[in-house]
Write a protein that binds this ligand. Sequence first.
Ligand SMILES: Cc1cc2nc3c(=O)[nH]c(=O)nc-3n(C[C@H](O)[C@H](O)[C@H](O)COP(=O)(O)OP(=O)(O)OC[C@H]3O[C@@H](n4cnc5c(N)ncnc54)[C@H](O)[C@@H]3O)c2cc1C
Length: 388
Amino acid sequence: MDFTYPAEAEAFRAEFRAWLDAHVDDAVRSIGSGGLGYDTPGQLERAQAWNRLLADAGYAAIAWPVEYGGRGAGVMEQVVWAEELHRAGAPGPVNVLGIPNVAPAIMTYGTEDQKTRLLPPMLRGDDVWCQGFSEPDAGSDLAALSTAAVRDGDEWVINGQKVWTSLGHHAHWCELLVRTNPEAPKHKGISCLLVDMSTPGIEIRPLITITGEHDFNEVFFDDARVPADAILGPVDEGWRVAMTTLTHERSGVARLHLGTRKKVADLIAAAQAAPGRDGRPAAQDPALRQLLARVYLEAELLKLIADRAISGELHGRALGPESSIAKLVWSETDQHIGEVAAAVLGPDATTGRWGRDRVGSRQATIAGGTTQINKNIIAQRVLGLPRG
Ligand SMILES: Cc1cc2nc3c(=O)[nH]c(=O)nc-3n(C[C@H](O)[C@H](O)[C@H](O)COP(=O)(O)OP(=O)(O)OC[C@H]3O[C@@H](n4cnc5c(N)ncnc54)[C@H](O)[C@@H]3O)c2cc1C
């Protein structure tokens, strides 16, 4: 499958590439290398400074409507934006959860005050946002959540616990799902609060991953009081609010292959330099070549899925099964690359970049919807199979 990028997208590429060439240096490239948790001292501040540059030039959230500081960009410009950032080796904006996930809910359900107060600092990365959805007993079955908010005069009083809260330790704000009506059916008694993370009664405890990084947290609420107007959307309609997806942001699927194909290319290059059996490079070992070919093909399959999604968009078809299938293929390929790196590079792949990638990739089949849930979605909504 091949297609030509429209002239407007190529014009945007030329403009953005020139801007990136003028602004990206090694210091900017190094920002993104520390994981989502911004663990290295000063890393978050450098990421925020870069985010401000992007935002001031109109490149932080090009899919957002113009009225909120975006460009109202179409899908091809979004794809070009991702390709060019990737080519330059530059990180995107700080709010990886805020910009695509929280913002659309605020744009759709927020009051004018919420929009004008919260969106600009989110766009510039001055305010960091997290999402407080998952709980110890509510992950895939999110609607089982039990963190409660009870109205007391002009305030909501929050009690309960969230878990796996990415960026929670840096966050100024949290899109928090709470139970406001324990009597209602489970999807119907949930509300969405926009919570200031400096509120007394909120305690954040770090969760350190197997890679030694601090990306996410447990967040405890003990009589934390937030103002009544912290609610986003109607009371007890939080499920609908939380499920708002960024209808302007449709390039996510189309970008997944960028990092994966780069990783495979880097692995093949490493295998060409690594010693194999009989004094030949590992890349010339027939058994290892099979493994490398497998991940190469998986990464190319991901690119084809992306192209199919883009082609569908260009022909006016809504994004369909590609997103579930792409998530599945992307997450499994990511893990396969780690396994193949270990086979090809031997002990050298237990530390450094490949060692980190190998263990770090275990999260890919859990975050953002597990493989099993994804397979259920594909079985039911794509293949039309009956529920098991
Ligand atoms: C890197 C990372 C970042 C995250 N960031 C955030 C965040 O910022 N905010 C947030 O709220 N959450 C976050 N999460 C949590 C994530 O959303 C949950 O881990 C995910 O929804 C799965 O929930 P769980 O971990 O409770 O597993 P469970 O839902 O308990 O699932 C356990 C196992 O059972 C399987 N399973 C469950 N139900 C079914 C079913 N119906 N059919 C078949 N199999 C099933 C699952 O596939 C899984 O293998 C993050 C997770 C990760 C790994």
